[in-house]
Write a new protein. Structure first.
Length: 693
């Protein structure tokens, strides 16, 4: 028997980007475990990725090209050859491109975070074609934009220092479910005497294990940050030296914060005055004792109308108290901006050859697939190529998305591992490899390691890597540019810019052997300022925001849908709703892994006892959740984990695996955030009633 161990990396949309060790026996992968030597992974994997063998060898894997034989949505297909599939796709795309290539739209996101299998060869293909561009904003761009205006880029506290903090604010996230290796560090900090505070409308698994939980109303995070600023300034809990040397606009910020008294903040956020006062004082006083204070923000708080401004407002706090002086201080939203990934070489925007195709936002796909040709829109979308995503399940206002994909005149190609909700609407399905079957290079957004993924096993069936599929499509389209002949290995070797000081030691061959290599980064990146903003300072006042038509100072932007901003709508639909990730799913990935779905059980809705009693709902009842956009059903869990006035539906279920064929995105909106043109998944009002038998 031949037994080998292969170094790999988790590809999924998670900050941890774990280093994996894959055991292979006679060509069959038998175990996936965390690399104990990797300083972040430390040998530990989440419940999802620890089942990666089950996912890879799942009996429902798509292993051959398929052509639709039933109606759209039925999921009925016949097996065809690769030649048939590629020829049919190329013929259809040629036909559309002859009229206007902008009628062709890619739709993808982070089904893999790999620099090779993510957007490299696909970007080259669509740029050469002149297809519509996709604005990929469905997850993080609101927060990233607000953070960039303030701090200058997606950089912050190194994960490896959080255990040395004395106070950690976990703001808008549930790391037990979605950032496990940060949570390990937070627990170590707790053992060393640190206080952990969770700021979240929902008492999540993480919030239950923190010393304090502040259950503010959805969409009020910026107000809480402004209230904290008010107290810090009024009680002089400030680092005046750091403010003077390394910030811009303090006097203007001081005037703005003066408006946010603890009383106003508490009323806006739906919390007590003491919670505002004590949080601000603890934050400022801990720093005054020269002890590290850290904030771990996550993306939940930016999925509302004012999400970008919320992140911006929170990102101002560390500079006020000089928290950046410490390696274990400051804030982390994402570390992705630390990585000098070589996107110019990888994506090849020059293949557009001077053309400027229209851009379609992936959040508004429901409306855009239903639009006719118009001067302000361009041609009707005639073809969609879906890869690394499952839009019928994950995009907002789902009934419209489903209607769009159900168009008989829409040619849809899906690259996939399994028959997802989106696959059911495909004309052609192409079998894609999993992470164990292809090569890739990875960056991370929760740590600072460049990562390599080696192929552990041969592709199953007739599956091919994303990059190989787009190489073959390019050949069928007649594209003979040298860039379309580069192998996955050659693409991976270009992944990082080795001329950049942070990655001068990057070498693909050595990275493959080791599996991971840390960037050259200082322990405390902004201890002496040096922010990558136009001024080189943390910008409380941003001239760039003013130029972009935004308020240049932190402010609170009310949600689109709340009792405060839309009382008439709240009369009809009085409950706010959020749909954060279920612990055993990752977006819509892993939902079809039986052992994980069995652990989740079925779609649930957490509802406060008072709200349940007012509606005659008992624990375990099936309930209907609805608004003007649509409805879905779930089993009620009556619990005070959901604050009064809030319901929580952990997501994202495949629609076909829910009892009514629907999921939480039936009720979410296609409206966009204040900046970054991102979705507002957690900015909605609903009503809940007991479901009809």
């Amino acid at each position: 028997m031949s037994i080998t161990q292969v170094r790999a990396a988790c590809p999924h949309d998670c900050p941890d980007t774990c280093a994996l060790l894959v055991t292979v026996e006679d060509g069959v992968a038998t175990e996936v475990k965390g690399d104990p030597e990797h300083p972040t992974t430390q040998g530990v994997l989440c419940t999802k990725v620890s089942r990666y063998i089950e996912r890879t060898y799942h009996p429902d894997r798509i292993l051959h090209p398929l052509r639709r034989v039933g109606k759209k949505g039925e999921g009925k297909f016949e097996r065809i050859s690769w030649d048939e599939a590629l020829n049919e796709i190329a013929a259809r795309l040629h036909n559309i491109a002859a009229r206007d290539p902008q009628g062709i739209l890619p739709y993808s996101y982070c089904g893999t975070m790999g620099l090779v299998q993510g957007e490299t060869m696909s970007s080259r293909f669509f740029n050469k074609l002149g297809a519509s561009l996709l604005e990929r904003t469905i997850c993080a761009t609101a927060g990233a934009t607000g953070y960039k205006y303030t701090v200058g880029g997606s950089m912050g506290t190194d994960l490896e220092h959080f255990q040395d903090a004395k106070l950690i604010l976990i703001w808008g996230g549930n790391p037990i479910a979605s950032n496990l290796h940060f949570w390990t560090r937070a627990q170590e900090a707790k053992r060393r005497g640190a206080k952990l505070v969770a700021i979240d409308p929902y008492r999540s698994l993480t919030a239950e294990k923190c010393h304090q939980h502040i259950a503010l109303l959805p969409g009020t995070d910026a107000a809480l940050a402004l209230g904290m600023m008010h107290v810090l300034i009024a009680e002089d809990l400030l680092d005046h030296d750091y403010i003077a040397r390394h910030t811009l606009g303090f006097e203007q910020l001081k005037e703005r914060a003066a408006e946010w008294t603890p009383e106003r903040t508490a009323a806006t956020c739906g919390i007590t005055v003491d919670e505002v006062l004590n949080l601000a004082r603890e934050y400022g006083e801990t720093a005054r004792r020269h002890e590290p204070v850290a904030i771990r923000m996550n993306y939940g708080l930016q999925r509302v109308r004012g999400g970008g401004m919320a992140v911006r407002s929170i990102a101002c706090l560390p500079a006020l108290i000089g928290a950046w002086r410490h390696a274990a201080g400051g804030v982390q939203l994402s570390t992705s901006g630390s990585f000098p990934s070589n996107k110019v070489k990888l994506y090849r925007a020059d293949l557009l050859a001077g053309r400027t195709p229209r851009t379609i936002n992936m959040v508004t796909i429901g409306d855009d697939l239903l639009r006719e040709a118009a001067p302000d829109f361009g041609p009707k979308v005639e073809a969609v190529i879906v890869y690394n995503s499952n839009p019928v399940a994950v995009a907002p206002d789902s009934s419209k998305v489903q209607q769009g994909f159900a168009r008989e005149d829409l040619f849809t190609v899906v690259l996939e591992h399994f028959a997802t909700d989106t696959v059911d609407y495909a004309d052609i399905v192409l079998p894609a490899t999993t992470q164990l079957e292809h090569v890739d290079a990875h960056w991370a957004y929760g740590h600072l390691y460049m990562m390599a993924n080696n192929a552990a096993i041969a592709p199953m069936g007739e599956a091919k890597s994303n990059a190989e599929i787009f190489r073959l499509l390019a050949q069928r389209m007649g594209y003979d540019d040298p860039c379309f002949h580069e192998s996955d290995e050659e693409l991976a070797a270009q992944a990082f810019d080795k001329t950049h000081p942070r990655a001068v030691h990057f070498d693909w061959e050595s990275l493959k052997r080791r599996g991971w290599q840390k960037l050259n980064m200082p322990d405390a990146p902004f201890a002496e300022g040096g922010f990558p903003t136009p001024s080189g300072k943390c910008e409380f006042y941003s001239s760039q925001m003013a130029a972009d038509g935004l308020d240049p100072l932190p402010t609170w932007i009310p949600p689109y849908e709340s009792a405060a901003s839309n009382p008439a709508l709240a009369e009809k639909y009085p409950l706010a709703m959020i749909s954060p990730p279920a612990r055993n799913f990752l977006n819509s990935t892993f939902v079809n892994v039986q052992s994980l779905r069995a652990t989740e059980g079925e779609p649930h809705l957490d509802i406060h006892p008072g709200d349940a009693a007012a509606r005659g709902i008992d624990h375990g009842d099936m309930v209907r959740i609805f608004n003007d956009r649509g409805s879905f059903t779930a089993k009620a869990r009556v619990t005070d984990k959901a604050r009064a006035g809030l319901v929580v539906g952990l997501s994202i279920w495949w629609k076909k695996l829910a009892s009514d064929g629907k999921n939480a995105n039936e009720v979410t909106s296609q409206r966009l955030t204040d900046m970054g043109r991102a979705p507002t998944f957690y900015d909605l009002l609903v009503q809940v009633e007991k479901a009809s038998p």
